[in-house]
Design a protein around this ligand. Sequence first.
Ligand code: ADP
Ligand code: LRH
Length: 447
Amino acid sequence: MSAFAAVDLGASSGRVMVGDFTRGIELTEAHRFDNRPVRVGGVLYWDILALYRGVLDGLRKAGPVDGIGIDTWGVDYGLLDADGMLLGNPVHYRDTRTEPAIDEVLARIPPERLYAETGIQFLPFNTVFQLAAESRTRLAERLLLIPDLLSYWLTGVAGTEVTNASTTALLDPRTRTWSAEVAKRAVVDTNLFPPLRKPGDPAGTYDGTPVYAVGSHDTASAVAGVPATSENFAYISSGTWSLVGLELPEPVLTEESRAANFTNELGVDGTVRYLRNVTGLWLLQECQRVWEIPDTERLLDEAAALPRRSVIEANDPRFLPPGDMPGRIAAACAETGQPVPRTPGEFTRCVLDSLAEAYRRTLEDAMRLSGKRVEVVHVVGGGARNELLCQLTADACGLSVIAGPVEATALGNLLVQARAHGAVRGDLAAMRDLLAHSQRPHVYRPQ
Ligand code: ADP
Ligand code: LRH
């Protein structure tokens, strides 16, 4: 038997999934827990110790395995002092503390230079901006990105996994090491980061079980977990965010690409994830929180019975922080002279039409800017369950959508571990082939 545990923490929930590679891939959920941020003194924090407890509970429930790999969302970090103690609680990327720091950084390194060196899309929470807003670094000996922090707590071994390091906007995607120019001009001491490691590298042991570095940026694992059967595919990693783009062999660092705010995050096996963040099902999640309607399927049934009416700009920065999302959506519709949704079903319909429209634009831009054409769109993550959104995406993009797996991130995490351990062989295409043969695809054809 060879089985591995994937720890996958998303913005809405954390899970520990076990993958058994004895015959194909058999995936089971050992544990799932909520990820609920906490606001203290006006700052939005991750509840990192509750998350770590979820990880420990999950690994206990998973039982004996041959390896463990950890992935989480990108950009965020914990700072440690000389004794390895955590200096305060990691801050959530949706906190607004970076706002005044952004201009400071961009005054030291113009956006054109920052992009030419790092290829990272402008997002107000990129680590480079968070560090400029951070006073605790003067006390810190070490900076660990969230998956690396959890891995350090499990193993006592510190490292910086490279796919997630790329989300800091401090890494050069051509050399896959720190950009000395950006570090110097943004005044970031990259010595705070422990040595870089790649997906598949050993990362210590927990209770005698090997821990492997995986694509520790959840989106890197999600893209590795896309069951593509040809090279000409686009992906939408659809959860709290929608990460929409292509896999490329080399970064695209042109000024046009910067203007379109495309990112060149690093993927497993030397790939580049050329994508744009689209504000995803967060729009609906926040509405549901405000309405106190947790039942997503009910809302989707209501939305499916309605026609398309109003479309908002999903990436409007007003939607980034937590808050009154229905109010913000209503205001956006009113400002653009469109009918204002009234019922939860109407709001849901507006969100889904707006996402499908944003996906279409993003994929068109990605193809134009990279020169790569695609034949099919793979939708993975929790949003692959959203049949209405998958159909609207196929219709808007004029391409077939293949939906699933829902747990592509855990699968991408598991495959990298299994290969490092010797339980599976081959390149990314061979691993994807294994995935394609382990699931029945849901195909949506454009209408
Ligand atoms: P993250 O990793 O960002 O926490 P997930 O990949 O777990 O996100 O996806 C969460 C999203 O999946 C939810 O916001 C919800 O919209 C969607 N989802 C979950 N279950 C269903 C369902 N049964 N039907 C439709 N959508 C669903
Ligand atoms: C998705 C994700 C995304 C990042 C965001 C912070 O979970 O990792 O790729 O941009 O969180």
